[in-house]
Design a protein around this ligand. Structure first.
Ligand code: NDP
Ligand code: X2W
Length: 344
């Protein structure tokens, strides 16, 4: 199978390259660049010196390259410009950006401040939260790979929403991310001297992942609700932790919560539900496709705290994208993704 990567000079693209070049079903990985076509990848990315000496290709060559699948890891708002022209019977597409995730055009405009892609393609796109959308992903041709924060939050909270174990309107999601979540190009807000030795909150009540999480709560748990969701930048390279708080409905006990999680995730390789009140660290999923989950019932306040963590570049981006590719092509879902987390 031949796979292409758009945006391989970025963090998501680099991780895609690392995973796909070790994937036993992929015979060739073809790399595309919008700005550096014609140069060798290792000229741009020094850590890949002697690993890959193929020249980066122009996006214009892509449609005639006979690929089976292409991963687009370009900035949000960009793929809606070039992906529509690539949609073709024989090419499967996985987009890591936000462009095709939001079904309602006005909602997309309101949160992304951009024009959405053609509605027919948005309708066709499958939201690739694999554990919750496996059957649709299997039939999909265009996958909107989920955002990093929504992946962590949704995996942790959907079972409780679906089983009506919590009051939806009471849900508060407090999320924290490493700096690689902001991509490979430094900006004022991600400059080392400003983020090092500091904790910052950003996009307060305005993060573009709010409508994405609400939409999935509606589609996956059949619950129409508005959430409170905020994001923090942590001086670490990778990792996301979401700490979620909600009011319990009647008769929910620690045992019943554990049973709910087990009923959804016992057979899911990439979701590891830990014992109640286990201390989670982002390092325990570093470099892996795992989403780790724990919870704590507070009988004093009748509230629950649910915690989930992922590596933003793996389960939050490239790892989940490869998981989706495996599902789309009927391969073993864990193929190329079983390596243990890097620790410490
Ligand atoms: N970082 C993360 O943790 C996550 C990121 N995402 C999403 O994945 C996508 C990639 O993120 P990330 O790798 O961090 O971003 P980066 O900024 O690190 O990389 C983006 C890459 O896109 C390419 N690019 C830029 N402009 C264009 C264009 N006009 N057309 C085609 N390609 C272009 C660039 O490569 P070149 O110049 O070589 O073309 C660049 O290296 C984004 O949409 C992001 O929102 C999703 C989940 C998690
Ligand atoms: C730390 C950091 O800046 N993270 C990014 C999330 C990256 C991501 O998943 O973005 P898309 O949904 O647009 O693909 C942010 O908060 O915007």
């Amino acid at each position: 199978m031949r796979a292409g990567i758009i945006g391989v000079t970025g963090y998501g693209g680099m991780e895609l390259f690392r995973l796909l070049s070790a994937h036993t079903e992929i015979t060739e990985v073809v790399l595309y660049s919008s700005s550096k076509a014609g140069i060798e990848l290792s000229e741009e990315i020094q850590h890949l010196y002697h690993v890959h000496d193929q020249k980066l290709r122009s996006l214009k060559q892509l449609s005639s390259d006979g690929l089976d699948i292409v991963f687009s890891s370009a900035p949000s708002g960009v793929s809606s410009e070039f992906l529509p022209s690539l949609v073709d019977e024989n090419l499967k597409i996985i987009d890591l950006a936000g462009d095709f995730r939001i079904k309602d055009a006005d909602t997309y405009r309101a949160w992304y401040k951009k024009e959405p892609p053609p509605q027919s393609l948005v309708n066709q796109a499958v939201y690739g939260l694999t554990e919750w959308k496996r059957e649709e992903v299997q039939k999909g041709k265009l996958i909107a790979n989920p955002g990093c924060y929504p992946t962590a939050a949704l995996i942790g909270i959907l079972p409780l929403l679906k089983e009506k174990a919590i009051h939806p309107s009471s849900l508060v999601i407090d999320a924290k991310s490493g700096i690689s979540g902001a991509g490979a190009t430094p900006s004022k807000g991600t400059h080392f001297s400003q983020v090092n030795d500091s904790l910052g909150i950003y996009k307060i009540n305005q993060h573009q992942h709010i409508p994405e999480i609400e939409q999935s709560i509606q589609f996956c748990a059949d619950v129409d609700t508005k959430i409170t969701f905020n994001t923090h930048l942590v001086p670490m390279t990778r990792g996301i932790m979401t700490t979620m708080y909600a009011e319990l409905t009647d008769s929910v006990t620690p045992r019943s919560v554990k049973e709910i999680f087990e009923s959804y995730y016992d057979s899911e390789y990439f979701v590891r539900v830990h014992r109640e009140k286990a201390n989670l660290f982002t390092k325990q999923v570093y470099g892996s496709n795992f989403c780790d989950v724990t919870f704590a019932v507070d009988e004093r306040t009748n509230r629950i705290t649910v915690i989930s963590c992922i590596d933003n570049l793996l389960k939050g981006a490239a790892g989940q994208a490869v998981q989706n590719m495996n599902v789309m092509f009927g391969m073993e879902e864990t193929k190329g993704l079983k390596s243990s987390p890097m620790f410490p």
